[in-house]
Design a protein around this ligand. Structure first.
Ligand SMILES: Cc1cc2nc3c(=O)[nH]c(=O)nc-3n(C[C@H](O)[C@H](O)[C@H](O)COP(=O)(O)OP(=O)(O)OC[C@H]3O[C@@H](n4cnc5c(N)ncnc54)[C@H](O)[C@@H]3O)c2cc1C
Length: 294
């Protein structure tokens, strides 16, 4: 297996504006690809599973590097690296589930080079940012020669490495609504070793009032062809007093809802069994962060 060298030749451009990048993708035909940190795409090129004739780097486009709060949203440019999001999360604790996810994503090299947009554009069912962004009701912004559009992340993932983004569309940013007070969030993943892709992951955002779960959102990674919003449990938990036995039932419902497969990292049976337990752990953490008793 070739994991060290790039054998194929390709053109390389590093435009400074969206307009230039869109012109380049139009001029260079169907084998042209955008590249950000390259931590997914270069691995695929070394493995020779993809062979772009032209790479268009997005890393010099300043619009894709925005990272700020504006008009009720946190705006994260698609080319913002994990390092920058980690530094932001150390100062701004509004999105603890995202912060948890970034802390366990890859190691130094990947966090220095890899971007949040690249993670969502590769669209692995195990993408670690996806469950956290889903529970925060995030949106993605896309631009092409046809114009700009905004999609709910929940509507963006279509299948394994398939999304609603067209090949000539650039993801410009992710927008996360400001969380309401009394919402706690958490994310956790299980992996074979520290720097590995998840065997299974879970994110929870829960709003509490005393011991009552006002509302919650739950999403899981590596349990379906897409990062999965869990549908049944939020309705089940809504306006109920949270108890240990309630969470055991909710965990069982999750194990029943997910449709994992067996692959190189884990078996479908293991994923189903562990999903409920993982959910309970992550829910408890989010609940505690929302000010509830552990
Ligand atoms: C050793 C190692 C460990 C890893 N660990 C993890 C992990 O723990 N968790 C995890 O989730 N992932 C992990 N990854 C995967 C990878 O690092 C992430 O998915 C990363 O966020 C990809 O971002 P990138 O900028 O490097 O993407 P790139 O490789 O540059 O691009 C990925 C894909 O997205 C497209 N693309 C990128 N940006 C845009 C954009 N703005 N608009 C349109 N298309 C775009 C590219 O054309 C390409 O198809 C790991 C990878 C490695 C090599």
């Amino acid at each position: 297996m070739n994991t060290r060298i790039l054998k194929a030749e390709f053109d390389y451009f590093a435009p400074a504006s969206i307009g230039e990048a869109l012109a380049l993708i139009a001029q260079n035909g169907p084998t042209a690809r955008f590249i950000a940190g390259g931590t997914d795409l270069l691995v695929q090129m070394k493995l020779e599973t993809v062979a772009p004739g032209c790479l268009i780097s997005l890393m010099k486009i300043s619009e894709l590097s925005v990272l700020k709060r504006e008009k009720g949203f946190l705006r994260i440019g698609a080319a913002v690296t994990w390092d920058r999001i980690l530094a932001f999360g150390s100062e701004d604790r509004s999105y603890p589930a995202l912060d948890d996810a970034v802390r366990c994503l890859g190691k130094v090299q990947v966090r220095r080079m890899g971007t949040i947009g690249g993670n969502l554009c590769t669209a692995s069912p195990a993408a670690d940012s996806a469950p956290a962004l889903l529970v925060y009701d995030s949106r993605v912004r896309l631009v092409s020669a046809r114009g700009r559009r905004t999609l709910l992340l929940d509507k963006y993932f279509l299948g394994v490495q398939q999304t609603a983004r067209a090949a000539d569309e650039i993801m410009t940013e992710i927008r996360i609504p400001a969380p309401r007070p009394d919402v706690g969030g958490a994310f956790q993943k299980l992996a074979r070793v520290g720097a590995d892709i998840s065997k299974i992951s879970c994110a929870v955002a829960v709003e509490r009032k005393g011991r009552v779960c006002v509302s919650c959102r739950v999403a899981m990674g590596a349990v379906a062809p897409v990062p999965l919003m869990i549908r049944g449990v939020p309705e089940f938990l809504q306006e109920k007093t949270v108890t240990a036995s309630l969470l055991v039932t909710a965990g069982r419902m999750i194990s029943d809802e997910i449709r994992p497969i067996t692959d190189v990292r884990s078996t479908a049976e293991y994923r189903k069994q562990v999903a409920g337990v993982l959910f309970r752990d992550v829910f408890q953490k989010a609940w505690t962060r929302a000010g509830g008793e552990p």
